[in-house]
Design a protein around this ligand. Structure first.
Ligand code: AMP
Ligand code: ZN
Length: 193
């Protein structure tokens, strides 16, 4: 290998290293393969690791890092998110819900649009499951109301976060309490017909 090509390879490696995984949504927002819908203010993309049959993310073009940066001036943006949710719901048969994780792991504000089946090979851990089926999932309507009332979103305490993540498994569609994830996944299939 020439000196130049090894230098170019090393530079590419360095560039890749510099991009932290938490910036991944910013890449996906620009990728035509992952875009589902786009408006002046927002973009809907496919979640790369869907946790249910349908799982999308709605992100603003504006550089807003999370729900904790929202104020009353963002209410119109949230109404746009809801319009996108309604358009998507009208295109599909499965019931969908919309909301935000109380402690997001990825940068850029993103609202999850997810079907309630929770049937997906990417749903592997209790944390994955509990993050969509406990209070850790903050429904869209609650966030809009809190913003209208208080002008900001209050952070969740680390104690509550921890306890929600370790909540006992419980089917989100009936009273069944599985012992483990394989049991839960098998059970969820019985609701998905
Ligand atoms: P959270 O930050 O916890 O609200 O969730 C981030 C979501 O982004 C998860 O549902 C991931 O499956 C999803 N995700 C992670 N990386 C990417 C990516 N590069 N493109 C699209 N979705 C992603
Ligand atoms: Zn059930």
């Amino acid at each position: 290998m020439s000196k130049r090509s090894s230098t170019v390879m090393a530079a590419n490696l360095n560039t890749k290293k510099a991009k932290h995984w938490s910036l991944g949504l910013l890449e996906s927002m620009k990728d035509p393969e992952s875009i589902v819908k786009e408006t002046k203010q927002a973009v809907v993309i496919k979640d790369k690791y869907p946790k249910a049959k349908i799982h999308y993310l709605v992100l603003p073009h504006a550089d807003i890092s999370s729900i904790y940066k929202l104020d009353k001036s963002h209410i119109n943006l949230l109404i746009e998110f809801d319009n996108l949710f309604k358009e998507i719901q009208s295109d599909v048969e499965l019931p969908l819900k919309a909301g935000f994780h109380a402690v997001p792991s990825m940068q850029r504000l993103h609202m999850h649009i997810i079907s309630t089946d929770m049937v997906s090979p990417c749903l592997k851990t209790k944390i994955h499951y509990n993050s969509f089926t406990t209070q850790f999932f903050r429904p869209y309507a609650d966030i809009l109301e809190e913003l209208k009332e208080n002008g900001c979103i209050k952070k969740m305490s680390p104690e509550l976060h921890k306890s929600l993540m370790s909540t006992e498994l419980q089917c989100n569609q009936c009273t069944y309490k599985p012992k483990n994830m394989p049991q839960l996944k098998e059970h969820l299939l019985t609701h998905f017909k």
